[in-house]
Design a binder for this molecule. Structure first.
Ligand SMILES: Cc1cc2nc3c(=O)[nH]c(=O)nc-3n(C[C@H](O)[C@H](O)[C@H](O)COP(=O)(O)OP(=O)(O)OC[C@H]3O[C@@H](n4cnc5c(N)ncnc54)[C@H](O)[C@@H]3O)c2cc1C
Length: 324
């Protein structure tokens, strides 16, 4: 099989595009394969990226793509869904899409992002990113503090230190924080000592039936994000927003196909410092493998992987032992 590019990258989010940019800066050829299903695809604005705070993630991705492709003819992007990856007899890597089209590269970068796995509570998904937030650096802030907010202590957050971590952040943007344990009475009791002497925090251990839209104070900046929590006892409370970090898993069947180990978090395991997997020549960057799932981290790990892959290719070309 002839080589389509030195490096195949699956995923054109901030991780894959940054890896491609680093590789392009040292004249490597790169083929990016991507199907446009970015994790934050449906959200109108992003934060925490200096110089782009509050801007549209779609515009940001377009600017990154246009800039990369217009300056680096060695990089190209194919819009497609890859369904299979494998290592060839020569030790190269092949990627195949649903139509049977194949690409071969010397090295493979998985920049596929992750899928969020929501708790089985009715209505959760409809508030995801619009009232239920996984990160208060991303959303929740307005110029006026909210009257009260909630923390949903289920799944990853069914844990005192993790829920308290989020609850403490919440006190910067709301005057009262209630931790909802969804029927876990023992967990609710164990928050007592973590609260210390502060009266800003409290718990509610009632079982949640569903999240519902409620009428909120129209003059509040939190009207659109207010979440109604309807309990199995038939009562409902309203919170200006709720903090919850869902479970997640790396996207696509590639870790399984290549036999790559996963971490308990669902991320693909990589080795420090170069983020190479247990297979030489396969690297991961961004949300599929990094614990901090934010755009700056996707870019950071993408640039590291780009540099590592370049180093390995050059060392291979000279039949030398490189650092990677
Ligand atoms: C609600 C929400 C809001 C967020 N807001 C912010 C924010 O304001 N600021 C911030 O810093 N971070 C934010 N994030 C996190 C941010 O979206 C991610 O950290 C970032 O997108 C990760 O980049 P990535 O390149 O790893 O993955 P992604 O951006 O998800 O890109 C991965 C790409 O790979 C593609 N892909 C996967 N499998 C295949 C396949 N088989 N074939 C072809 N292509 C494939 C995907 O479809 C996708 O196009 C937010 C996340 C969520 C859920």
């Amino acid at each position: 099989m002839s080589l389509d590019a030195e490096v195949l990258i699956i995923g054109a989010g901030p991780a894959g595009l940054t890896a491609a940019l680093a590789l392009a800066r040292l004249s490597h050829t790169v083929k990016i394969l991507d199907n446009n299903e970015y994790r934050n695809k449906m959200f109108p604005n992003m934060t925490m990226l200096v110089g782009h705070d509050g801007q549209s993630p779609a515009n940001f991705r377009k600017e990154c793509r246009d800039n990369l492709l217009s300056r680096h003819p060695n990089v190209s992007i194919e819009e497609t869904t890859v369904i299979r990856v494998s290592q060839t007899e020569k030790g190269q890597f092949a990627a195949e899409d649903a139509l049977g089209k194949k690409w071969v590269g010397k090295k493979l970068v998985l920049a596929t992002g992750c899928e969020d796995i929501f708790p089985a509570i009715e209505g959760y998904e409809s508030f995801w990113g619009k009232g239920i937030y996984h990160c208060y650096f991303y959303k929740g802030y307005t110029t006026e503090k909210a009257k009260s907010s909630g923390i949903l202590a289920v799944d990853v957050m069914q844990d005192v230190p993790k829920s308290m971590h989020a609850a403490r952040y919440a006190t910067q943007i709301s005057n009262q924080v209630t931790i909802y344990t969804n029927g876990d009475t023992e967990l609710a009791k164990s928050f007592g000592s973590a609260f210390g002497t502060s009266d800003l925090f409290r718990t509610d251990d009632r079982k949640i039936a569903r999240f519902v839209k409620v009428d909120a104070d129209a003059s509040s900046p939190h009207t659109d994000t207010t979440v109604g929590i309807e309990f199995e006892d038939g009562t409902t409370v309203a919170e200006s927003f709720i903090g919850h970090y869902p479970l997640s898993k790396n996207k696509g069947p590639f870790a399984e196909q290549l036999g790559l180990p996963l971490l308990p978090s669902g991320d693909i395991a990589t080795n420090q410092p170069w983020l190479q997997t247990d297979i030489r020549g396969v690297f991961c960057c961004g949300d599929n493998s990094q614990p901090r799932k934010i755009i700056p981290e996707a870019q950071n790990s993408g640039s590291l992987v780009g540099a590592a892959v370049s180093n390995q290719i050059i060392a291979d070309n000279f039949e030398q032992q490189g650092l990677v």
